[in-house]
Design a protein around this ligand. Structure first.
Ligand SMILES: Nc1nc2c(c(=O)[nH]1)N[C@H]1C(S)=C(S)[C@@H](COP(=O)(O)OP(=O)(O)OC[C@H]3O[C@@H](n4cnc5c(=O)[nH]c(N)nc54)[C@H](O)[C@@H]3O)O[C@H]1N2
Ligand SMILES: Nc1nc2c(c(=O)[nH]1)N[C@H]1C(S)=C(S)[C@@H](COP(=O)(O)OP(=O)(O)OC[C@H]3O[C@@H](n4cnc5c(=O)[nH]c(N)nc54)[C@H](O)[C@@H]3O)O[C@H]1N2
Ligand SMILES: [Mo]
Length: 754
């Protein structure tokens, strides 16, 4: 096989297995870190070691010697890489030159090594001292007429200590403008679930997987995006419990998986079938499926069968009547047409759910990234509540989060809509009056830039301009700013699409030692199941000029707020002192924080729904009604296709590890469109033909991506898929869930233009 030729070929092996082992070895080799990387992998997710910088899935209990997966290894190898972006690199390449390079190329240049400032006269980044960098930030922020002219982005790799201080700094400065990666991700979980369950977090822990009698995985590509969860699915299947996968793409690992850590299976080329039932849903068809399942339950209830948990419903819930009335008004032809699933299969899946005495529903971006993602999740919760599947062993709702600390960052204050209770605590603990007015989420911050209102953008991690919708509009918006700051480990597009002034501030990575005047420091992160664990780096920092994120936050604050009430100088060195403040601001969940960390495996943050305590206004779990069957507004256009923008097996969000996507059989090409062969033929297209896509949207902006290769792929009719972030130019900024602010990246209405 040539390395450069695009190639498409169905992957016939099970996911995992030798393919995963080979990919792990390959990436360690590519980044020239075989010894260093392999050694570090032994410490990953182990007590006393560091937390994997990749996904937010929790660690297993004591049984496993190795706690990493192929994609965690890739994340680590790319962090531990030998390649360096030095001052010579920036001297050699102008910013305009670098703009011509691909995201993959930028990533492969390696770790950033020292602070750099943009020089407009030469169009190059030039070295600057840390003092100069902080002075420039302070100057810009102090010059604003209004603190709300600054946007403070966070990406979910930032640990709790830095994120907590960031949220204090920004509030003392005077704004709640906290656009966050979570706004584009699991915000529907954080906003949609509280009115139903009283908390915007999942209700399960890993142990529940061992006791579940059925597991649903809806709109989540486990084998790629949270591979360590495959272990739990394999175990569940070996126990013989049903697993239902609901997805428009027949994702390889949801069908068949070989545990790379199962010696016998590896040696015998064996595998475990995963999904006992694969539900090939149309994009946006999930609401109809959920309502179909509930309809079956209500019909059987009416026939006198004992299918609902009546005792639980009576004691703990409100709103059942309205839900029942709504669900029963839909008839089968309608449910089948919208979901794309036969009545027979919906009934079968409902039967699995009814028979199971403890069910977990896991979900990911396939449910959240829709126009009404928040309300869709409320129906997932409703289905669970009907059988009392919240707050009992083996059951619950399991949002599979993305970034390793995205949940933690929100817990410790990165929130554009902070509660009054939290703001009161901040005032009491730190002695300043935080702003009460709500701030911007990610989409609103781009809107503010477009209007020319925002002047300063600070990115604590991430690659904002590539992650947000409407790439071309976003580029133009960012370029209007007076100052952009990228606090990062790696060079990315966000550093090249910049304001008049711009800074790149390189940080110590998760796998590296953080040493301060008080010695080695640990940080903490919160995984998707609310476990808080310490993380201690084991590698030497990539350069002696890097600073930890915590110090960067403190020194930005010191340069901006000369009369601050906060002891920033102390927190630079003393992370335990930061945790004491976290404990003071959040006494209900974080009391005795430092003490609890003495357990190297960390501790679990209280999730009241697990105890069947509902922190809702009426003290009940609430069934809410979502009228109709459409999660995304229907579009009257016979040529319309629904486009889902998804991740390949070889990327971490905007970081591209390679141009291949093994499990989907795509090699050396990311500019592809997965399409049903009949949809293709109906449009008079040949397989492999190059086409353009354009968005169907009402705001008069033309959005188009060219040179996409059409691939015949088992997609449902009318549903197509392609890769994020390449297809973000097709996603309109104003196309998002109003409750959460989350862009509907999984349901873009598009048409093919030849
Ligand atoms: N290796 C790796 N790990 C990651 C990431 C990464 O990029 N690479 N990203 C991290 C982050 S930040 C996140 S948020 C998570 C993302 O992890 P996932 O939630 O798995 O995200 P995606 O790959 O975007 O898409 C998920 C699935 O949704 C399906 N889907 C699309 N539309 C629909 C629909 O309408 N209904 C249903 N039921 N399914 C649909 C797609 O086919 C796809 O299988 O992973 C995290 N972990
Ligand atoms: N169309 C479409 N758009 C999407 C999505 C989609 O599915 N489709 N998914 C959305 C989702 S779920 C998310 S979470 C966002 C992701 O949006 P972001 O979180 O903004 O993007 P990432 O690609 O994860 O950020 C990568 C950069 O983070 C920096 N980095 C890595 N590690 C560290 C660290 O330890 N510290 C610091 N300070 N920096 C670090 C590196 O410089 C790297 O270039 O994108 C969203 N956008
Ligand atoms: Mo995410």
């Amino acid at each position: 096989m040539s390395d450069k030729q695009p190639r498409y070929q169905t992957y016939t092996h099970p996911a995992g297995g030798w393919g995963a082992a080979a990919a792990t070895a390959k990436v360690l080799m590519e980044q020239s870190v075989i010894t260093k990387g392999s050694r570090a992998l032994l410490d990953m997710n182990q007590p006393g070691g560091f937390k994997c910088p990749s996904c937010a899935f929790p660690d297993a209990d004591e049984r496993k010697k190795l706690e990493f997966c192929e994609n965690g290894a890739k994340a680590l190898a790319h962090e531990a890489t030998r390649a360096r972006v030095s001052r010579d690199f920036f001297a050699e390449h102008s910013v305009s030159d670098l703009m011509e390079q691909s995201d993959y190329w930028l990533e492969m240049q390696g770790r950033l090594t020292e602070p750099m400032r943009y020089d407009a006269t030469t169009d190059h980044y030039v070295p600057c001292t840390w003092d100069e960098a902080f002075a420039l930030i302070g100057k810009h922020l102090r010059a604003l007429d209004d603190p709300n002219q600054a946007e403070f982005y966070t990406s979910g790799r930032t640990p709790n200590e830095a994120a907590f201080l960031y949220s204090i700094f920004v509030r003392e400065f005077g704004t709640n403008n906290f656009p966050d990666c979570s706004n584009m991700c699991h915000e529907p979980t954080s906003r949609g679930l509280p009115p139903v369950l009283g908390i915007g977090k999942g209700s399960v822990v890993l142990k529940d997987f061992e006791e579940a009698e059925a597991i649903f995985i809806i709109g989540q590509n486990t084998g790629t995006n949270s591979p360590r969860m495959m272990t739990n699915l394999v175990e569940a299947r070996k126990r013989g419990i049903p697993i239902v996968a609901v997805n428009p793409m027949p994702e390889r690992a949801l069908l068949k998986f070989t545990e790379p850590q199962d010696v016998v299976q590896m040696a015998t080329f064996g595998s475990t079938p995963i999904a006992s039932e694969f539900v090939h849903i149309k994009i946006g068809g999930d609401l109809a499926l959920l309502k179909g399942m509930m309809k079956v339950m209500f019909e059987r209830e009416a026939a006198g069968e004992d299918v609902l948990d009546q005792a639980f419903i009576a004691e703990h819930t409100a709103g059942l009547e309205a839900l029942r009335a709504d669900v029963l008004q839909h008839d089968w032809p309608e449910l089948v047409a919208v979901s794309g699933i036969s009545e027979e299969q919906i009934r079968r899946v409902a039967e699995i759910y009814i028979r199971s005495r403890a069910t977990i529903i896991c979900y990911g971006m396939g449910l959240t990234q829709h126009q009404q993602g928040s309300r869709l999740l409320q129906q997932v919760a409703a289905l669970l509540l009907l059988k009392g599947n919240i707050g009992k062993p083996g059951a619950g709702i399991a949002p599979i989060r993305g970034h390793s600390n995205v949940q933690g960052d929100r817990t410790v204050g990165v929130d554009e809509k902070p509660t009054a209770e939290y703001l009161d605590r901040v005032r009491e603990v730190f002695g300043f009056e935080p702003p009460r007015e709500h701030g911007h989420h990610a989409v609103e911050s781009v809107e503010a830039m477009k209007r020319g209102e925002a002047k300063v953008f600070i990115g604590l991690g991430g690659n904002f301009v590539r992650a947000v919708p409407d790439t071309n509009e976003a580029y133009a918006a960012m370029r209007k700013l007076a100052l952009t700051v990228g606090i990062a480990t790696k060079l990315n597009r966000g550093h090249l699409v910049h304001g008049q002034d711009a800074l790149i501030l390189p940080v110590v990575a998760r796998s590296e030692h953080v040493r301060t005047r008080l010695g080695e420091q640990v940080v903490t992160i919160e995984d998707a199941m609310s476990n808080v664990t310490p993380s201690r780096g084991v590698l030497e920092p990539a350069s002696e000029h890097l600073l930890p994120e915590t110090e960067i936050v403190c020194r930005m604050a010191m340069a901006t707020l000369p009369d601050s009430k906060v002891d920033w100088a102390r927190y630079i060195h003393d992370y335990a002192a930061i945790r004491d403040k976290i404990a003071e601001v959040y006494p209900a969940i974080y009391s005795d924080f430092n003490d609890k960390l003495k357990n190297p495996r960390g501790f679990h943050l209280d999730v009241p729904s697990r105890r069947r305590v509902w922190k809702t206004p009426n003290g009940k779990a609430n069934f809410l009604v979502f009228e109709g069957l459409h999660v995304d507004a229907p579009v009257e256009d016979k040529d319309m296709l629904r486009l889902a923008t998804v991740r390949s097996h070889d990327q971490f969000n905007t970081t591209i590890y390679s141009n291949s996507d093994r499990y989907r059989g795509v090699y050396n090409d990311r500019m592809v469109l997965f399409m049903n062969a009949e949809d293709r033929a109906e449009r008079g297209l040949e397989a492999g033909q190059k086409i353009s896509l354009e968005t169907i949207f009402h705001d008069g902006i033309s959005r188009r991506v060219d040179a996409l290769t059409v691939l015949d792929y088992p997609m449902p009719r009318g549903s197509v898929a392609g890769y994020y972030p390449e297809l973000n130019p097709l996603l309109p900024l104003d196309y998002y869930d109003r409750i959460s602010g989350t862009p509907a990246a999984k349901s873009i209405p598009v048409r093919v233009v030849r």
